[in-house]
Design a binder for this molecule. Sequence first.
Ligand SMILES: [Zn+2]
Length: 307
Amino acid sequence: MNGDLFSLIFAMIFVPCLFLGWHSVSNWLRIRRVQKAFRSLPEGFRQQILNQIHEAGSQANICSVLVASEPNPSASPCVNSKYGGLPYAEEGDEWPFLKPGHPEQASFLIQVKLDETFPRPWAGRMLVVFNRHDREQTVRSYATPTIERSVKLTGAPPEREWTLQQIRVPRQQFDDPRTEENHFNGLLDYDPVVLLQTIPALNADLARFTKRPADLLSAILVPNHCSYGFEMSDIVQLGGRPEWLLEEPDGCLCNQCGRSMRFLFQFGDLNGGQLLGSSGVCYVFGCDEHPEQPLAFAQFVHPQVST
Ligand SMILES: [Zn+2]
């Protein structure tokens, strides 16, 4: 009897441990495989896949994503979208502080140049976001950013810089467009599994390098994320509907006129750091009548400590 009891307790402990161990090892192997496949891609292949998505998205655009690449030393990043490095600024600007009178400077997070998929007065405008280590962030808005107008700010040591390339995302196919239902059960339009179904030609191209095309496509879209999928905090989405990390706020109203504001973009910590807390996402909204005063606020899974 004691022997049976001992065997039962042993099985109750050993079997779950064995399962968890197997799960961790297979997860680790899957990550290693996708990283190896990504590193083995021939030069230009990643851009070819991104171009295919962008081309499909240009015909039936739902939103865009900004994908990160190493900065090109010969290009001038100051008037383009980027994450980290030094921010775009114009004559008279100073590096913002965490709060008025606070001695510590805010960290520069991202600058996004809005394209012509946005209506006036947003198309061509540059938005620059600084992290105040609080829920609401500092965001500056420039109507006509140019290299001639740009000035260099000296301030907080920059985070690692990534150039951001805009890729238009095609609308996913629904069985019934009115109810927006399909077998993906609410997956995003730029989820790799969805993209492979929306653009079937991607499957054959990716299958030359992997047995799991969705894993490799994920690495192509988010190359600095060391896994085979990605979370809301790993991407930059422009336009479309905001994808809320937590509950949808009651309403994003303009401080000046009280009208509902337009969703512009959202982003997470592309450097994999903790600037937006652990896996936080920052949302940027703007009023069409008051484009100089957009609003940027973050949602955190684990709230930051205010300074
Ligand atoms: Zn307004």
